[in-house]
Design a binder for this molecule. Structure first.
Ligand code: ZN
Length: 170
């Protein structure tokens, strides 16, 4: 089961669409866990948040031990430092873990950017289930920092879909 929890309120229409999309992509039940309290000390609302800390301190959602939770926030996440420079971070997840996090664009942009958001949600949850990045640019597991934004699909390639089905059922 995948559970969607959020730190701010979102349009039910957007949440339902995300829920449907995750259900179809993973072939796994997906439920909304509702709004959860912000776990970090309240600092400047506009200052970027330590995504890893947020991921690790987010309130636990009741359910089965095998449930994965996707947390949504509109707060910006701190950039990650790579050898090649600063990487803008809009999603994080625990590899083979139970939690994933998305930093969403402002409310008025959610509809326009829906496909990219769904794609990122699949990628981060995919890491939870043990998937690595994929070399097929159309696949949701293609590395986000090389993303040719407009041309990509919010779904798995056949290879990753088969892998995800295998990993989910083991
Ligand atoms: Zn793939």
């Amino acid at each position: 089961m995948i559970r969607i929890a959020h730190f701010e309120e979102y349009e039910p229409k957007f949440l339902r669409a995300l829920q449907r999309h995750l259900y179809t992509s993973f072939g796994l039940g997906c439920e909304q866990a509702g709004c959860v309290p912000w776990p970090l000390e309240n600092r400047e609302p506009n200052s970027p948040v330590d995504g890893l800390l947020l991921l690790n301190t987010a309130p636990k959602i009741d359910g089965l031990p095998s449930d994965r939770t996707l947390y949504l926030t509109q707060r910006k996440l701190q950039t990650r430092k790579l050898l090649t420079g600063e990487l803008h971070t809009s999603g994080l997840s625990q590899y083979k873990g139970m939690r994933a996090l998305l930093s969403l664009p402002p409310h008025e942009e959610l509809e326009r950017l829906q496909k990219q958001i769904f794609r990122l949600a699949i990628a981060e949850l995919g890491h939870n289930f043990g998937l690595h990045h994929c070399l097929d640019p159309r696949c949701a597991m293609y590395p986000p920092w090389t993303l040719p934004q407009a041309s990509t699909e919010a779904s798995f390639c056949n290879f990753c879909r088969a892998l995800s089905e295998r990993y989910i059922r083991r």
